[in-house]
Structures are given as structure tokens and as C-alpha cells.
Design a protein around this ligand. Structure first.
Ligand code: ZN
Length: 136
């Protein structure tokens, strides 16, 4: 007798599976469901359930190259958003001790310890110095 795990493994052979788009799609569907709990809209219910169904069908798809291309297109849009969000939360976390300033020469963002007033900072990347002004 074959275990359920082995049956599932045999079923998923040659199928696409789970990727980043799957997780974001499910998270968005969950968000729509939470909004729908307050609004009670049929359209939102259909959208969230359709999104879940679409993500599950993508996972079972045998057209792996096409699913991979979809995920790559999604990641091209998603990665800049993810990076901006990570920087935003890091800035909030460091707000007591550091300020972030962009180097005017190489455009690299630098994490500088708080030193109030106007002073000079040296970029570790391009070794140029520039004026930094920290008010708060
Ligand atoms: Zn620089």
C-alpha cells in the first residue's frame, strides 16, 4: 500500500509547484477576504476565490516554462517594491541612531550616525566628501 505522501509526490512530478507569485497571490486573496469581511461584497468574494483558484491551478500546471516566465515577469515588478519596503522598514528601525543620505557623487545610500547640524561625510564607495545636514 502506497502512502499519501508518495501519491502526492507522484502526482506533482512534472508539475510546476509553488513560487513567489503563488505566495503573493494567496496573500492578496487573504487581504481581499479580510476587506470583504467588513464590506460584504460579492465581487470581492469572487475575486479572492478566483485568485486562490488561479494560484492553485498554476501550481498544478504542466506548462513549466510558461509558468516560470510569468513568475520572472512578476519578479521584475515585485523586486523593486520589495527592496523599497525593506529599506523603508530598516529606516524606521534605525531612526533613533542613524540617518540615511544619498551620496551626490555615486548615488549610493549611506547609513550615517546622527550628528546634528551641518558637517562633512566621506563616502566609503567613491571616497568623495559631501556636506550633510541633520536637523532632527
Ligand atoms: Zn559615493
Amino acid at each position: 500500500m502506497e502512502s499519501l505522501k508518495n501519491k502526492l509526490i507522484r502526482f506533482m512530478v512534472g508539475r510546476y509547484g509553488i513560487d513567489q507569485l503563488y505566495y503573493v497571490g494567496l496573500f492578496m486573496a487573504l487581504g481581499l477576504m479580510l476587506i470583504n469581511m467588513m464590506v460584504h461584497s460579492t465581487i470581492l468574494m469572487i475575486l479572492s476565490n478566483g485568485l486562490i483558484l488561479l494560484m492553485v491551478l498554476r501550481g498544478f500546471s504542466r506548462n513549466i516554462s510558461r509558468r516560470r516566465m510569468e513568475n520572472e515577469k512578476f519578479l521584475k515588478l515585485w523586486n523593486p517594491v520589495k527592496k523599497a519596503g525593506r529599506i523603508f522598514f530598516r529606516r524606521i528601525k534605525d531612526i533613533r541612531g542613524y540617518r540615511y543620505r544619498k551620496c551626490p557623487h555615486c548615488q549610493k545610500t549611506l547609513k550615517l550616525p546622527i550628528k546634528r547640524g551641518k558637517h562633512m561625510a566621506k563616502c566609503p564607495e567613491c571616497k568623495e566628501t559631501f556636506a550633510v545636514r541633520v536637523i532632527v
